[in-house]
Design a protein around this ligand. Sequence first.
Ligand SMILES: *Cc1c(COP(=O)(O)O)cnc(C)c1O
Length: 404
Amino acid sequence: MSDQERTDELANRYGEALLPVFGTPQRVLARGEGVHVWDTDGKQYLDLLAGIAVNALGHAHPALLSAISKQAETLGHVSNFFASAPQIELAEKLLELSAAPAGSGVFFANSGTEANEAAFKIARRTGRPRILSLTDSFHGRTMGALALTSKEAYRTPFEPLPGGVEFVEAGDEQALAEALALGDVAAVFAEPIQGEAGVRALSHDYLRALRRLTREHGALLILDEVQTGIGRTGHWFAHQAVPDLQPDVMTLAKGLGGGFPIGAVVSFGTEVHDLLKPGQHGTTFGGNPVAAAAGLAVIGTILEDGLLTHVHDVGEELTRELLALGHPLIQEVRGSGLLLGIGLNAPIAPQLAAAALEAGFIVNAPNPSTLRLAPPLVITAAQLAAFTAALPALLEAAAPEGEN
Ligand SMILES: *Cc1c(COP(=O)(O)O)cnc(C)c1O
């Protein structure tokens, strides 16, 4: 069988064997190393998406491989009837990196949606009935996380969703103040940078207003850092770009395990600590030693290799170079560190992503006019420059001159 025949055969079997929730996969991938992946035809791609902001250390990083395999050889799974050292160490590390005060604590889950589900339950336990979330938010696909997600197309087929969630306009301080003033708000959920909405950052002023107003009204500030956390923006957590901003709860997943599934909830301070009583929440896999070892390896490598500074520097350089193209279709570059959205002047992002894939670059289009880049944190400036150099031709392929 030729590579091409083998690929076609796998694509057919995918269609026969898997539920059609994701649409047709763009390629069947066979292996990855560093910032590159190869498909089953042997074609190489520069991975500028990293499994949607997940593969923080790229593919097959030796530190991650060694941590996972050593832990699996030693002790793989124990359930939460038992504790393990990696789980405790990772919880301590997250508390340290988030500068959490005494009385803070961590709950481990297996994904972003599960982390938000736990945060939702924490919010319910305040006894207050109302929860605020922002327009254009994305918090996951389970029923609770979906109730916090604004997109109608995701919500409508599954109604009724858990109740009590109201949406306020992202970035509108007045609307937030008015909604909180009506009283009985348990929590406000927000992403510091709305990734799925097209990499739209909340302003630092608005983040400060979120903190001030929630505190004034005794509501929790719950920051969803599932996409923005663990070094993605050049800070450990995106909210740390705002001096002294501390949420009450923060959710994490994606980059935390570097590709191994893990989610986490960090609760800040003593007041939140005991909202979930023993027995009120749980998980079989959450906090398993292998996932925790993966998280420790990711964090350890970010520290040892100075990746926060690196992400900041290469992110700024990439932004500068993209803008320096001066291309008429590029309106702006949004985001921070290595979570960037190229805002386009025409709704050609899907065609652009397809042209990029043909040319050997994996990127994605979270909406019709945004190209999202979320490469491994270890990517070099030279590797990023290869994409910038290719971009004008890709834009031409996506929107031939005169057609817009
Ligand atoms: C991806 C994402 C989620 C959902 O995470 P899953 O691991 O896919 O369940 C939640 N919130 C944000 C901000 C995300 O980017």
